[in-house]
Design a protein around this ligand. Structure first.
Ligand code: ATP
Ligand code: MG
Length: 253
């Protein structure tokens, strides 16, 4: 078992919000500082991901939460197909996207990212440590320095040698993710951070279970193709079919 991180400030603590890092399509990320009430010298930085509520429409509500962009349910069904809605009534509600079905999806959405990352972290994948989650919020390890967050791979301006290193690390990480039973589902140079000379996989709310989702391998294939395309444009050319075939050997093991 991978030991719990030692940098995490235990309860009781206070928290201050240091400001917004990013307002993405689906979430707003803030940096928060946690300070131990027992020992004020003990502090840690965390990323707090606040999800845009599913199915929420209307600018007012989102603005009130400090978010501008709404997202819709359209992609969810495809991603979630095959996920454990054991009762046929629930499955039908989800397929029809009734109010009840949407609520079912939302309940699952909020802790899914945490649960996936927890398993990946335990298996040694390079992901930020998933700290905790609440209804619309997910706390995770902050990647970066006190004066600035880690860049996305897309903006990290890596030299040729570093790109080669990053590529090897990505393949290694993908093997772990695949062996854990998931496809990321939205992998790109924007959902990978570069920090401490290594890649960090982030942004897993849409991760799909390879064994349960009939499209799981298609998502994996698309993830691999996306990364290969990005690396190819930067002079690191790898055959996506070869990488995909290698990863298949790790799935369903
Ligand atoms: N743990 C973290 N440490 C540092 N920066 C982070 C962390 N998590 C997210 N970020 C930053 O916030 C951005 C958005 O996070 P994430 O991709 O998880 O959310 P998102 O809503 O899906 O965003 P997008 O739609 O832009 O992909 C990341 O690209 C990264 O720059
Ligand atoms: Mg993202």
């Amino acid at each position: 078992m991978r030991p719990e991180p030692t940098w995490l400030v235990p309860e009781p603590y206070t928290e201050i919000d240091l400001g917004t890092l990013k307002s993405g399509k689906e979430a707003q990320i803030n940096v928060v500082e946690r300070t131990s009430l027992d020992d004020p010298r003990m502090t840690c930085l965390l990323a707090r991901k606040l999800y845009v509520p599913r199915g929420v429409k209307g600018k007012g509500v989102l603005e009130a939460m400090g978010l501008q962009k709404a997202s819709t349910f359209t992609n969810d069904v495809q991603y979630r197909e095959g996920r454990q809605f054991r009762k046929s009534r629930d499955r039908r509600a989800v397929e029809r996207m009734s109010t009840y079905g949407k609520r079912l999806l939302q309940d699952r959405w909020t802790n899914h990212e945490h649960d996936v990352m927890e398993k990946l972290w335990a298996n040694g994948a390079s992901v930020p440590y998933p700290v905790s989650y609440g209804e619309d919020v997910f706390y995770l390890e902050y990647v970066g320095a006190p004066d600035g967050a880690a860049p996305q791979l897309a903006g990290a301006r890596l030299g040729r040698d570093q790109l080669e290193v990053a590529w090897e690390q990505l393949v290694d990480g993908l093997r772990t993710i695949t062996a854990t039973g998931y496809a990321h589902g939205d992998l790109s140079a924007y959902n990978v951070l570069w920090w401490d000379d290594r890649v960090w996989f982030i942004d897993f709310p849409q991760a799909v279970d390879l064994a349960e989702n009939p499209s799981g391998l298609d998502f994996l294939h698309r993830d691999v193709a996306n990364l290969c395309e990005w690396f190819k444009r930067r002079g690191v050319e790898r055959d996506p079919e070869e990488v995909f075939a290698d990863l298949l050997g790790y799935a369903f093991g």
